[in-house]
Write a protein that binds this ligand. Structure first.
Ligand code: SF4
Length: 363
């Protein structure tokens, strides 16, 4: 043995051929060779051996990832999803509300424009983008300044006759009222979110519950709805969904992905106050729910917070430190109509994940 070092609770040693070993459950285990093993190890690092074993460094300990099928199945899934991730990179931003947020240059504008864009990320992409452009014109491209100085009476005039599906002028004015209250009292959405965040939490579920509860109690809604609290059926609540209702909270999780991840040219990573990418939860909509079922990431039928957690935990077996990195790519299959609801053999044959998709077994 030529080299030993201790990392957290794990002792790692290397032989003269650059093979690395550690002890897991009292037994010496080969954990990789040379560049296979991340060095220096950082919390959340995850790596796989060509033979199929996957290891993770978490809470200061190296452990072997228990598979949700055979190791080979995981490796194949990882390979296909990595290919999909490489393919659907930033040139596809045009097909997503995230592309709209990229037009805002200043991080303060990005934080607000991102919340608005994620909040309206339901329905067809072209309609969403038209709606966001309409809002962009009203705020004169100055999301932060407009929100900070938002006046409800003036806002109701500016958003007169605004609607997007069931969201009406009062709801969008109420949304800006909440965001304005957050900026005035906390300086940023991140600061407000962090008040409910516990760094040792496995994921952001508790922080999300806290965020949504506090947001709808933060301001007096009388200037918009005529009552201090938003009426039960008011649609401003739709922008502040909570896991307690078993909602998948797709749009909130999408926003958090945009703000926290920073390892590619898709997401911004402007929130640097302590949330780690491995704590993010997969934004689950009907596309993600359906395709995740096809490829064995969930057995649940309907999108729910439980489904979102299950998909995320399974994706952690492919990349512990950054499980939601696959979201943008998998969603493209649905958004670009490459994977239709009614499975079609010709489309499937062109699909990059054909050989890991259980839908193709019926052909
Ligand atoms: S193989 Fe077919 S059903 Fe499966 S994800 Fe691709 S297009 Fe969809």
């Amino acid at each position: 043995m030529s080299f030993k070092y201790k990392k957290g609770g794990s002792l790692i040693w290397e032989d003269n051929d650059f093979n690395f070993y550690t002890k897991i459950d009292g037994k010496e285990v080969f954990i990789g060779r040379g560049m296979n093993v991340p060095y220096p190890l950082e919390e959340g690092d995850c790596w796989s051996l060509p033979g199929g074993k996957t290891f993770v460094y978490k809470d200061g300990i190296i452990s072997q990832v228990k598979s949700f099928g055979e190791d080979k199945k995981i490796l194949k899934l990882k390979e296909r999803l990595e290919d999909l991730y490489e393919k659907f990179e930033e040139s596809y931003l045009y097909s997503d509300p995230l592309g709209f947020v990229h037009k805002a240059g200043d991080p303060k504008d990005i934080e607000i424009a991102g919340f608005i864009a994620a909040g309206f990320a339901f329905g067809g992409v072209s309609q969403i983008l038209k709606t966001l452009d309409k809002i962009d014109k009203i705020v004169e491209h100055k999301f932060y300044e407009f929100t900070l100085n938002f006046d409800a009476a003036e806002g109701l005039k500016l958003f007169k006759n605004f609607y997007y599906r069931f969201i009406k002028e009062k709801d969008v004015a109420a949304l800006f009222l909440v965001l304005s209250g957050i900026l005035k009292k906390y300086g940023s959405i991140e600061n407000f979110f962090l008040k409910g965040f516990n760094p040792s939490d496995l994921n952001l579920k508790n922080a999300l519950v806290s965020f949504s509860e506090r947001a709808v109690k933060l301001v007096d809604f009388s200037p918009v709805y005529g009552t201090p609290a938003p009426p039960e059926d008011s649609m401003v609540r739709f922008f502040f969904t909570s896991p307690v209702d078993n909602s998948p909270c797709k749009r909130m999780n999408l926003y958090l992905r945009w703000m926290v991840r920073n390892s590619d040219n898709l997401d911004f990573g402007i929130w640097q106050g302590g949330i780690q990418p491995y704590q993010l939860i997969m934004p689950v909509d009907t596309h993600i729910g359906r395709i995740s079922r096809y490829i064995g990431l969930t057995s649940r039928k309907n999108p729910s917070f439980k489904m979102a957690e299950e998909i995320t935990e399974n994706l952690k077996k492919l990349d512990y430190s950054d499980p939601v990195k696959y979201d943008f790519a998998i969603t493209r299959l649905g958004i670009l109509d490459l994977c239709k609801k009614n499975v079609n053999e010709a489309d499937c044959e062109k699909c990059g994940i054909y050989d890991i998709c259980n839908q193709t077994l019926t052909f």
